[in-house]
Design a protein around this ligand. Sequence first.
Ligand SMILES: [Zn+2]
Length: 290
Amino acid sequence: MDNIIEGLEQYLEKKHPCIVCGSNSLGEFAKQDYLNAMKCNDCGMISVNPHFTEEGLDTFYNEYYSNRAKDSNLSELRKKAYIEDKNWVQNFVSGGKVLDVGCSDGSFLSYFDESVWDRHGIDLTDNALSLAKRDHNITTYKGKIWDVDVGKNYDLVMMRGVVEHFRDPIIALNKCADILKPGGILFLTATPNGNSFAFNLYKEKWRMFTPYEHIHFFTVDLLTKVLSKKSMNLLSRHFQYEETPYANLEEDFAKIVKDISIISTENSRNNVDLSPPFPESMLTAVWKKL
Ligand SMILES: [Zn+2]
């Protein structure tokens, strides 16, 4: 991984204004290697800035992700998380045409009942998409959501742990809004929350601060601000924690208490390990198109 990271430095593009409000008033919030997360002093948006070009990101994902081993235990936990997410969003829309942006091998979509959902997915790699098609009968599209014609009139468009990876998430969010039918639902989940207690406390030691992959740290309010320009209204928000397979209330809170003491005594995070899972670290929300 270290070699890949050094090799990527050439792909950094120049520093850019806040992607939400356009402000140039940015302050350093967290840092890892040569990557800085900058927080907008005007709206609070946090982004890795400067971050990689599209070419740099493609290089990272091709060289790093293709070598990543599959962890079957994680997959078991992920299945429970998928079911939680599917059940929650079905409170707002119970069937119709659905697109999963970043569908991978179709695992998440496979939990949406084929008899009431017309299932579509988009992703970047042939391997994953052929599994989605073969194992789950999903209609697939290859490429980046803003480049590809995925049809329209969707009842539900969803991004699970995806929006924070895009170099330009605004283009992606706008495209999602455009392909929904009136009354359709956009569902974002498993996305790091830029204004969470654990991020504010742990900064670069926050478990979700992985700046090679996670470029943007939205809040529900900032997403709502972006989406309101596309006639999308926030319907509901939810912060998953206790119901997830990752939470351990006793251990997580005990670690936080201990770490607060270390961080405040030493005025440094050098001697704390990565943050535990914690309430409000991850955001889940739905918006409805007018
Ligand atoms: Zn801003």
